[in-house]
Design a protein around this ligand. Sequence first.
Ligand SMILES: NC(=O)c1ccc[n+]([C@@H]2O[C@H](COP(=O)([O-])OP(=O)(O)OC[C@H]3O[C@@H](n4cnc5c(N)ncnc54)[C@H](OP(=O)(O)O)[C@@H]3O)[C@@H](O)[C@H]2O)c1
Length: 253
Amino acid sequence: MSVLDRFRLDGKVAVLTGASSGLGVGFARGLAEAGADLALGARRTDRLAATAALVEKEGRRAISVGTDVADPQACQRLVDEAMTAFGRVDILVNNAGVGWAYPAVRESPEQFRSVIDVNLNGCYWMAQAAARVMQPGSSIINISSVLGIKTGGLPQAAYSASKAGLLGLTRDLAQQWTGRRGIRVNALAPGFFETEMTDQYQPSYLASRTERILAGRFGNVEELTAALIFLASDAGGYVTGQTLVVDGGSTIT
Ligand SMILES: NC(=O)c1ccc[n+]([C@@H]2O[C@H](COP(=O)([O-])OP(=O)(O)OC[C@H]3O[C@@H](n4cnc5c(N)ncnc54)[C@H](OP(=O)(O)O)[C@@H]3O)[C@@H](O)[C@H]2O)c1
């Protein structure tokens, strides 16, 4: 096998949450380009259909399943539908996420819980459902954030806590499943990538963040997708329990 062949995902099936916008759309296209069929989950099913069309344009199969990852039964349904359609699940990308800035003294229990429910709990429900059917050689990738590692200058307790929690979850699931089940579990920690999520930030805030990025710019989704394919494929076959930071150098400044 050539070194580049190790990055191929031919014959594999990926379950991808948060596939209706932003990074998820780029991930879907990249996973399909590498050879995987996809089960796509998010709440906005009309937008999932558009992502499915991109996957099919790459010559791969896709199903769309309306999914709220805060609901454990909905997570189980997404994996069940993937098994019904494709008969296997090799890759899980836990990408669904929400986040906003809100001062801690004013944040209600419901607001805080709603972020944890999606960004942290949702990843656990999805991982549990997927791991029950995954065969040895499978890979789970949790999309965390540099805000799970450092502060971002805004009041984001719920988001930061959820993304830091995801790094602990990644380590523990790797410990439970890599040896016993042959499932690798890793996290990606992206820096800034322009999506609907970053649209909510003021231009002045984004400019101040850019100054701290060694590369001098935000990332583009293809650069993050390349790291995702590495962790999803046999190229990353000896990597587990790790967090791969893709941030243009912002966390070291
Ligand atoms: N963009 C960045 O710079 C950046 C940096 C670090 C980390 N991240 C992480 O990357 C991931 C993708 O974010 P993005 O930037 O692409 O933002 P985005 O465009 O807002 O996408 C978020 C995705 O999550 C889905 N989602 C939200 N709540 C959900 C729920 N309860 N159940 C199922 N799906 C849900 C959304 O779909 P529906 O609304 O249709 O459900 C959407 O597809 C997130 O985990 C985010 O924290 C992003």
